[in-house]
Design a protein around this ligand. Structure first.
Ligand code: HEC
Ligand code: HEC
Ligand code: HEC
Ligand code: HEC
Ligand code: HEC
Ligand code: HEC
Ligand code: HEC
Ligand code: HEC
Ligand code: HEC
Length: 421
């Protein structure tokens, strides 16, 4: 039961609601839904859901209203009836109730098919396998539920660029909690995830260059489940987008050694969120990113690291030298298209060597480097030839102009001789 003054307030609200309802019936057609009509007259938090649902809300667009989630009876204008437990009114749902509420429709394939044949109906089932779902089930009310990622009033389709789960918006959606120091420390998690992600290559590509091909948080962690479809472990997700590096890694001696030691494949060298642009000096044994982190002198891995670094350096240096020579030839107006083709081959070999290095197989990397060296040498040779041709032509031109000058002088002298006669 409501206290006396609240009852009076409620009565006046009802009166206003009925009058406005009657007034607007022909225009809005909303009056038959008492929840919307009455709440539309209220203020603040009580009215906000009506406004939010009037703007592109995916549920409202399909004719669903407040009672779809909150229960209650939208045909009664008496709040004591429309918002009564007998009519199934739930009030404001708790975090624990939310997945069940959404699942009443979203986990029913036959029901959902009537509205959208292509929409998956596995979110509820998968949600319970995620860390959020597991924590919720265990009694935490702080882990994300459906509405923390999708909203509750004003829900948009996932492919709407305004949606909180649109790729460019996902990191912000997760950030709200994952950057909250107090919240994260209660769950023994770091609060720097967003910061690291946004400074790494993927975050820069997505957030600064709007490159939707770069992974947002959900591409690696899955939308609803513990991992994205097809992956047993989050640490394997890199394989999906970097197949060449992954194939090389999986055939390397590191795969078995890392599994045995519980080292997470790519993460051991690249980390998970603060992924930096790799450099050639990560090869070799010096520096914080190098193979020297794990290998010490005397080990086969150590010697291989030194050798691979030398090979890659030699190709890089020869490519730089060849590029300089070709540039110099081009600057002198020599035709260099063939030399450019060789240069491209040398550069491709260098990129391939950086990928192939994931096999940590000196012979395989060596073969790629050798093919690159051949191309770089060809390019350098054409560049040198071009410069030599230019010198020769310049020399030819010089000799020719001297000869012409001599000829002109001789002619002039001859003319004067004739004139004198
Ligand atoms: C005639 C007016 C009126 C009608 C009809 C009405 N409400 Fe309300 N509703 C209110 C008022 C006033 C409050 C705030 C006072 C209260 O908590 O009871 C409220 C509160 C709520 C709350 C918050 C409850 C809480 O515990 O804070 C929800 C959710 C809600 N209404 C949903 C509905 C739904 C769904 C319907 C339709 C089935 C509906 N309302 C019908 C006036 C109405
Ligand atoms: C898709 C499900 C869904 C629909 C549809 C829906 N709500 Fe809610 N509503 C929720 C959930 C979940 C919460 C609790 C979490 C939150 O606050 O967002 C909530 C909270 C509320 C609250 C508490 C105040 C607040 O914002 O926390 C009110 C009042 C309310 N809803 C009214 C309405 C009204 C009125 C409508 C219809 C115009 C409506 N809701 C439609 C799911 C829904
Ligand atoms: C009464 C049934 C019902 C309930 C309850 C319901 N939904 Fe929906 N929802 C639908 C239907 C039907 C669609 C599909 C509409 C369409 O595609 O046009 C939909 C669409 C969506 C979409 C957009 C999907 C897409 O990308 O196209 C999201 C997100 C969503 N609902 C989230 C929720 C959440 C979160 C809850 C719980 C708070 C919830 N829904 C509760 C029926 C419901
Ligand atoms: C941690 C954030 C998060 C939570 C929690 C979450 N979702 Fe999602 N949801 C997403 C993301 C991200 C997408 C996919 C966006 C895309 O396709 O790019 C998505 C997509 C959807 C879609 C569109 C169809 C699909 O599966 O791709 C529906 C419907 C949906 N979610 C409903 C729900 C329901 C119901 C719950 C609760 C049981 C829920 N979501 C919980 C983040 C979340
Ligand atoms: C409402 C707050 C909230 C939001 C929003 C949220 N999370 Fe969480 N998340 C949590 C909490 C709390 C935990 C810790 C759960 C536990 O105690 O195990 C968690 C745990 C996780 C974990 C498990 C970490 C581990 O190894 O234990 C991952 C991964 C994760 N969240 C990813 C995401 C992603 C991705 C998004 C956005 C799509 C997101 N979260 C949005 C609150 C949130
Ligand atoms: C490129 C893939 C990728 C992206 C993008 C990504 N993560 Fe992760 N994340 C991982 C991997 C891999 C782990 C480590 C899992 C393990 O140790 O098994 C991880 C771990 C986590 C953890 C557990 C704590 C930790 O740091 O080990 C949380 C929480 C988390 N990620 C949240 C997020 C959030 C939030 C975003 C977006 C801002 C995000 N992740 C983006 C791959 C990614
Ligand atoms: C959804 C696809 C996707 C996933 C998953 C993914 N990446 Fe990437 N990655 C990209 C794209 C796209 C770029 C290029 C970004 C740019 O424009 O700089 C990139 C760039 C990189 C680079 C920098 C390459 C360079 O030459 O600068 C590294 C290193 C990298 N990713 C490692 C990883 C690791 C490690 C994982 C797993 C933890 C991973 N990626 C998961 C798509 C992905
Ligand atoms: C043993 C350490 C190590 C492991 C494990 C490792 N990487 Fe690398 N990665 C490197 C080094 C070192 C470079 C830089 C090579 C260079 O620039 O000369 C690199 C370069 C890269 C590049 C940029 C060059 C290119 O191929 O485009 C990508 C992308 C990459 N790694 C992805 C991955 C992925 C995906 C995995 C897991 C399957 C992985 N790496 C595992 C050390 C490692
Ligand atoms: C995270 C630690 C770690 C890093 C970084 C690392 N390795 Fe290893 N490596 C191992 C482990 C563990 C083994 C297996 C034990 C052993 O043979 O030393 C191994 C084995 C090897 C082997 C096979 C040795 C044999 O006996 O057959 C080679 C070759 C190798 N590593 C090369 C490299 C190169 C090159 C790099 C740098 C690009 C590198 N490693 C970086 C941990 C690492």
């Amino acid at each position: 039961m409501l206290p006396g003054t609240d009852r009076i307030k409620l009565r006046s609200v009802i009166l206003v609601a009925i009058i406005t309802g009657l007034l607007f019936t022909p225009i809005s057609g909303f009056a038959e839904n008492s929840c919307r009509t009455c709440h539309g007259q209220l203020e603040g938090e009580l009215a906000a859901p009506v406004q939010a649902m009037a703007q592109n809300d995916v549920h409202a667009s399909r004719g669903f209203s407040c009672e779809a989630c909150h229960g209650g009876d939208p045909t009664s204008e008496d709040p004591e009836v429309s918002m009564s437990a007998q009519k199934g009114f739930l009030g404001v749902p708790s975090a624990r109730q939310i997945p069940e509420i959404c699942a009443r429709c979203h986990a029913q394939p036959e029901f959902m098919r009537q509205y959208n044949v292509g929409l998956a109906t596995d979110q509820y089932e998968k949600y319970w396998t995620s860390r959020h779902g597991i924590a919720l089930k265990a009694g935490s009310n702080e882990a994300a539920t459906c509405i923390d990622c999708h909203g509750s009033h004003g829900v948009l389709p996932a492919n709407n660029p305004q949606s909180p789960v649109w790729p460019l918006n996902v990191p912000k959606t997760c950030r709200r909690c994952h950057e909250d120091e107090a919240l994260m420390s209660r769950h023994n998690l770091p609060a720097n995830t967003y910061k690291e992600y946004s400074q790494g290559v993927h975050g820069v590509a997505l957030l600064e260059k709007n490159d939707i091909g770069a992974p947002a948080c959900n591409d690696c962690h899955g939308n609803h489940g513990a991992t994205p479809p097809g992956f047993e472990d989050v640490a394997q997700v890199c394989r999906g987008c970097h197949p060449a590096n992954s194939e090389n890694f999986l055939t390397s001696p590191h795969k078995e050694a890392f599994d045995a030691a519980g080292i997470k494949e790519c993460l051991a060298c690249h980390s998970n969120h603060l992924i930096l642009t790799p450099q050639d000096d990560w090869l070799g044994v010096e520096g914080e990113h190098s193979c020297g982190q794990c290998h010490t002198a005397g080990e086969k891995g150590y010697q291989t690291a030194v050798n691979i670094r030398q090979r890659v350096d030699s190709l890089r240096n020869r490519e730089v030298e060849a590029r300089f020579l070709v540039h110099e030839a081009e600057r002198r107006g020599i035709e260099v298209s063939q030399a450019q083709d060789y240069l491209k081959l040398a550069r491709d070999a260098l990129l391939l060597a950086r990928t192939m290095m994931h096999t940590v197989d000196e012979t395989k990397v060596g073969a790629v480097v050798d093919s690159g060296l051949v191309a770089a040498d060809e390019a350098a040779a054409s560049g040198r030839q071009g410069i030599a041709d230019f010198r020769f032509r310049s020399l030819g031109l010089g000799v020719a102009s001297i000869l012409i000058t001599i000829l002109i002088i001789a002619l002039w002298l001859k003319l004067r001789q004739i004139e004198k006669k």
